[in-house]
Design a protein around this ligand. Structure first.
Ligand code: ASP
Length: 250
């Protein structure tokens, strides 16, 4: 209670800053995006529309493969769980993540879903909030594909070393991405900078990012829940082993 004035000060400063940013974004982002997209299209011709469509399709495909193949096999092999049953139980969180585009906002529902599927509460409440902050596979996938796409549309050939840099920096950038809508795209600037591309080119994909953001958020939260389930199962196994060891006659 003694720090109420300081608390209020930061809260209100945040309000004012958010208002200014929203105003600037509403006024200038549409014009800026239009300018960048027009520049890209007049330079590359109508082929650019096809390229943008391909970018969209490749990100979606990579997200689906990650969702079903990578998480699916992790659930089956490490979590000894039927992936389809897991996806079904986690569906309320997946749909909320899809519509809210925010891992953080989906956290209460995703933790509830995993607890209902047998994840121990203390594990869910440690692994999932941590995951919602730092574990963003879907975002890293988008950042990797987006960087290659922007390099190609800018006519830059990336060397093997630059490609490796993209992988490493995309993982780091996704860790730094906040679990709220659209931040993955802002962190993409870091990846582009690392290999000498112009971050302003993000404007080209800004217009089609919303649907990708919705999809990658669902992937992000499913990754967190997958980890929580695998850890919970392993802990249970250890506990059972310890108990049976303790019960064995000496
Ligand atoms: N919206 C994503 C999430 O909350 C972050 C991003 O990629 O923009 O997980």
């Amino acid at each position: 209670s003694k720090a109420q004035i300081v608390h209020k000060f930061f809260e209100q400063t945040n309000e004012v800053l958010m208002y200014i940013i929203t105003m600037i974004m509403n006024l200038f982002a549409p014009i800026g995006t239009f300018g960048l997209v027009a520049h890209a299209f007049t330079g590359a011709g109508f082929g650019a529309i096809k390229q943008l469509g391909m970018y969209f399709f490749i990100v979606l495909l990579a997200l689906f493969i990650h969702f079903f193949v990578v998480y699916g096999s992790a659930l089956k092999l490490l979590g000894k769980t039927n992936p389809l049953a897991f996806y079904k139980g986690f569906l309320p969180a997946i749909t909320l993540g899809f519509s809210a585009s925010s891992s953080t906002a989906t956290l209460p529902v995703s933790m509830n879903c995993s607890k209902k599927m047998g994840v121990r509460p203390e594990i869910a409440s440690f692994v999932q909030p941590l995951g919602a902050t730092i574990n963003m596979d879907g975002t890293a996938i988008m950042q990797g594909v987006a960087t290659i796409f922007i390099a190609q549309i800018s006519g830059v050939d990336l060397s093997l070393m630059q490609l490796i840099t993209v992988v490493v920096i995309a993982v780091v950038a996704s860790i730094g991405t906040a679990g709220v809508p659209g931040v993955g795209l802002i962190m993409l600037a870091m990846v582009l900078n690392a290999i000498g591309l112009n971050p302003a080119a993000i404007g080209i994909i800004l217009g089609i990012d919303r649907l990708l953001d919705m999809t990658r958020t669902s992937v992000n939260i499913t990754g967190d829940a997958t980890c929580a389930l695998i850890i919970s199962k392993n802990e249970e196994k250890k506990l059972q082993r310890n108990q049976s060891g303790a019960n064995e006659p000496v």
